[in-house]
Each structure stands twice: as C-alpha cells, then as structure tokens.
Design a protein around this ligand. Structure first.
Ligand SMILES: [Zn+2]
Length: 392
C-alpha cells in the first residue's frame, strides 16, 4: 500500500502543449518513478491504481522537469567539471531541491579535474600541390595542447588498432595518426556501435604514441554525417609520451580519407591550446525524502551534472538530472511517503574523470549504507524504453 501524508486533491488541468523533449523528460521521470514503485510496493492493490493515475496526471500536466532543464541549459550550459558553470549548476540544483522542500539536501565534496579547452581549435590539410583545405575539429577532453604554432605532419589513416599495429613504428613515427572508424550503422542499439568506435577516442593517443606518432585525429563518434565534431574524453598513461588528440567532423573525416587514397603525401595541421589545470573542489548534489519504515536503506535515481562545454548538455545529461529531481518532486507534491529513503543524486565529473560516482560509492561503503536499488539516466532525454543492468 502507498502511504500518504497531507492528503490533497489534485485538480486535473487541461493538457498543456509541450514540445517533445518536455514530454519525454516527463515520461522518463515516470519510468524512474515506477521502477521505484515496483521495488517498494510489489503487492500493489486497487487503491494504488488511483494513486498511479494521479502520478501520471501530475507528471504529464504539471511536471516541472522541462522548465528546470531549460534553466540549467540556458544559465549553466557550459558546466564541465571545475568550471564556473559547474559551480553554478551545483548551487542551482541545491537551491531548487531546497525550494521543493525535500527532507534533506546536501553537498558531497570531492576534488575534480579542471581541463579547459582554450581558444577555438584550428586545422587544415595540405595536398601535394600545397593547397590548404580546412578541417573542422575539436580537442578531445583531457588532451594536451599543441605547441602555440600548431602541429604539422604527414598523416596516416587507420581503421582500427590492428591496422595500426601492422604498420608499426617504421610507418607511424613522426606522423599524425588518423583513426577513421565509423560507427556501425547496422546496430539497432546504437550504444553498441558507440562502444566500438569510442575506443579510438579513448585510447587512440596512447596506442599511436607507442609507435612514435606526434598527434592523433579521431573521426567524431557519431552516426550522422555532419560538420559538428563531438568531443569526449580520452586518457593518457604516464609511461607513454603524451601527444595531442582531437576529433574531426564525420564529413571532414570522409573527405580526408578520400583525398588520402589519391595522395598519400597529404599533411595535416592542427592547433589547440587546451590544458589540464590543477584539481579544484566540487560536489555531488543530493536530495532525499526520508523513508517511513527503513530510513537507513536507500533507493537512488540520478544523472550527471557536468556537461561538455561545446553544447548545453540538455540530453547529456541535464535531462537525467531533472528527471531524478522530478521523481522526488512527484513523491513530495502528491504526498506519498516512501518506506525507504529515496535519493536524487546529481553526480559531478562523469564526463572526464568519474570522480563523483567514485566518491558516492566510497562514502556509501564507508558509512555502511544499504542501497536496495540505484538507477541512472544517461542515454538522452528520449522516450523511455526501459533500463538495463550490466553484470559481470
Ligand atoms: Zn552522459
């Protein structure tokens, strides 16, 4: 049975016209909500169906997630870890949950990486006739910059690490390695294709540097052919020289690949002055509604608060954040009192370090907190189709 406090009647307003993302954000909040209900109230009874109807109506006609998402994206769009935007997003979501009157709202402190992109990146290729053609690039997160004058070298294209290994140091040393691994369009579940292609973004620089490469250009990890290179994180290993890494738009990757088939003497120039600054303090933001029967047992929903500064982070992952807050808001506004404590967690630094997730897990372990279930939304604010539990 659902337990209620402050019973109130909820009038049903006319269906408002909201744009698609607003509806899907509301639907995802509902998915979150009912995942929790299925855990909390496995023996749902008739009276619950009335409450469930009210939850639907509340979420779909009065939901606030979309409005809150708009504020987050508009005022704190550039919110990569360590940035003023990230600090603003922490303060905003804390204040928002306090205003909603959740039982407890608090910050979980940690140190986070502080990588900055710097000036607009620049790139072009030069063919054997000394003609220059521009390439649209962006630095990969955590990458070092080039020298101020930029980096220019012969370029060698590979599809994968196996091909890189077969070329070896003799053909790679002193060159820029161009990883041209398109996402597999035949995959219905696009995250599978993403997982295959993202390897080159994540580990391309390390693998190329082993053979003496001086830089790495990675085809933007995207299904569409366009001129908007996607950033994303990459890693270095201390024992291997660090070389600059950037993403090139899928359209320019196609062009560069086609030109290289005709002219192997092509050289690529790119310049980026991104850099990693010292770690800075930041926070996970956590809101709670206390459980009536087992307040020390937790069910959490969450998303990550940081976002790349090349966009506004609406899908990745502002929607996950606002859906999570909306779950608690639904409990609160409908007067549903859960048996277990429900948390909405805004994780910091998912994009280029994962420090927030680690801090949450470490603290939960140190405090001996029992978590019954934890659900994160980070697959975009689309129509909810379910959730998955990867296991090992
Ligand atoms: Zn994400």
């Amino acid at each position: 049975m659902l337990k209620r406090y402050n019973p109130q009647s909820v009038p049903v307003p006319a269906r408002s016209s909201v744009v698609q993302i607003g509806e899907t954000v509301a639907k995802q909040a509902l998915l979150f909500f009912f995942c929790l209900l299925s855990v909390l109230f496995s023996n749902a009874q008739n009276s619950d169906s009335i409450m469930i109807r009210r939850i639907f109506e509340q979420a779909l006609t009065k939901g606030e997630a979309y409005k809150n998402l708009e504020v987050l994206c508009r005022d704190y769009g550039k919110r990569l870890s360590g940035s003023p935007g990230a600090a603003g997003a922490v303060a905003y979501t804390k204040k928002l949950m306090e205003a909603y009157g959740f039982d407890s709202v608090w910050l979980q402190p940690m140190m986070v990486p502080h990588w900055v992109r710097g000036d607009q990146e620049m790139s072009f290729y030069i063919n054997s006739k000394s003609e220059k053609k521009p390439l649209t690039i962006c630095a990969l997160g955590n990458s070092i910059g080039t020298e101020m004058i930029g980096l220019q070298a012969r370029v060698i294209e590979v599809k994968n690490f196996k091909e890189l290994d077969s070329l070896g140091r003799k053909q790679v040393e002193g060159k820029i390695v161009f990883f041209n691994h398109p996402m597999d369009q035949s995959k219905i579940w696009t995250f599978e294709a993403y997982g295959e292609a993202v390897e080159y973004r994540w580990a391309g620089a390390v693998n190329a540097a082993k053979y003496g490469a001086v830089g790495v250009m990675v085809r933007s990890v995207a299904t569409s052919l366009d001129d908007y290179p996607h950033t994303g994180t990459m890693q270095y290993i201390d024992s291997i020289p660090k070389i600059p890494a950037c993403a090139v738009s899928t359209l320019d990757a196609e062009e560069l690949s086609a030109k290289l088939k005709l002219d192997t003497s092509i050289r690529v120039f790119f310049r980026q002055n991104c850099e990693m600054l010292p770690d800075v303090p930041s926070f996970n933001v956590i809101g709670e509604i206390f459980g009536t029967e087992a307040p020390k047992e937790f069910i959490s929903v969450g998303g990550h608060l940081d976002a790349w500064e090349t966009g506004t982070g609406a899908h990745d992952d502002g929607s996950g954040v606002m859906q999570s807050i909306e779950v608690l808001w639904l409990f609160k506004t409908l007067g549903i009192r859960p048996k277990h404590t429900i948390r909405a967690v805004m994780f910091m630094n998912e994009e280029n370090g994962g420090r927030g997730g680690k801090k949450y897990a470490d603290d939960a372990k140190a405090k001996g907190e029992k978590h019954l279930f934890a659900l994160e939304s980070d697959a975009g604010g689309f129509d909810p189709r379910g959730f998955f539990l990867p296991g090992r």
